[in-house]
Unconditional design. Structure first.
Length: 315
């Protein structure tokens, strides 16, 4: 399943936006017709974050909403499919379970969530998120990162870890999570306007993903513009997808870590053209899939799906 924001009026982040999807039955080689999965009339529905529960194959989809023209006071919804994405339940609001009242902006994903497979929290659905909040005594909102989780296949939800760094070095934004073989969760976040020279920051979460093991630190090994990125564990390595040009959204490239995210090296470059958001999926033990924005003169002309042999991740 490939999910995207169906922006009816323009390329803008706000407006009449639905969540749409296409379905492939052959590992991403061909795709079925576009279908609307979530529609709130003229309002904005976005930030799709899908995850498959490992026990029963239920596909759970988290989304975020705001009123048309009001990029604030966002609400959070969940829906699911029990027939491999053929049909979905109606979205159900879970805002009160996962969003403190003093938060303003709220974004799930964007990109895949994770189903934990190791340790006592195996089966937990863990969803990356970001938010804005008003620090005490301040009149300016700041951004932070967080996660939300469910231990009952998406029926009830809880707020997990929350990171709101003090100072000006990091302004955490869009977030991606990956469970490591030792049960820890690696989290890599877009730094959206902090003073750090790096545009990414990362740290580790304790098994279960509800608490941090340390503060976020700038990650200079992932050079690129300010943009969303995706991570995934594949073929015994940690993989990151995102543009590699330090000044522009272009050169979508995979970066690979052989030491659980401590250091990074350059992997396959998927395109030298303009490119922006992306998401990773393991299609089979030997094949990685990358859904990404790209185009000839703008990153936002097409959504493209690229299959990459995991053997190409080797040094």
């Amino acid at each position: 399943m490939a999910f995207a924001e169906g922006r009816r009026e323009s390329l803008a982040d706000d407006g009449d936006i639905d969540v749409v999807a296409r379905r492939s039955l052959d590992g991403g080689c061909t795709w079925g017709p576009l279908r609307v999965v979530a529609d709130a009339g003229p309002d904005t529905v976005g930030n799709p974050a899908p995850v498959v529960h490992p026990a029963d194959g239920r596909l759970v989809l988290l989304t975020s909403r705001n009123r048309h023209g009001v990029m604030a006071h966002r609400r959070v919804y969940v829906q699911h499919s029990d027939d491999a994405g053929r049909t979905f339940t109606a979205p159900r609001e879970i805002t009160a379970q996962v969003k403190p009242e003093h938060w303003n902006w709220y974004g799930t994903g964007p990109g895949h969530a994770v189903a934990l497979r190791h340790g006592p929290h195996a089966g937990r659905l863990l969803v990356p998120g970001n938010h804005s909040y008003l620090p005490p005594g301040s009149s300016a909102y700041r951004s932070g990162a967080h996660a939300l989780y469910s231990d009952d296949a998406g029926e009830t939800w809880h707020l997990g870890y929350v990171a709101q760094p003090a100072g000006e070095e990091l302004r955490l934004s869009e977030n991606t999570l990956t469970e490591l073989p030792d049960g820890r969760v690696y989290t890599n976040v877009r730094d959206d306007g902090g003073t750090a020279p790096a545009t990414r920051a990362d740290t580790y979460l304790a098994p279960g993903g509800a608490t941090r093991l340390g503060p976020y630190r700038p990650e200079p090994g992932l050079v690129g513009p300010v943009v969303q990125g995706s991570t995934l564990w594949a073929a015994g390595r940690l993989v990151y997808s995102g543009p590699a040009d330090p000044t522009a959204r272009r050169d979508l490239t995979l970066r690979v870590s052989d030491d659980l995210g401590r250091t990074w090296r350059t992997g396959p470059r998927l395109t030298s053209a303009p490119s922006a958001y992306s998401d990773l999926v393991l299609l089979a033990p030997g094949t990685l899939g990358v859904l990404h924005e790209t185009g000839a003169s703008s990153p936002y002309e097409t959504l493209t799906f690229t299959r990459v042999p995991t053997a190409a991740l080797a040094p």
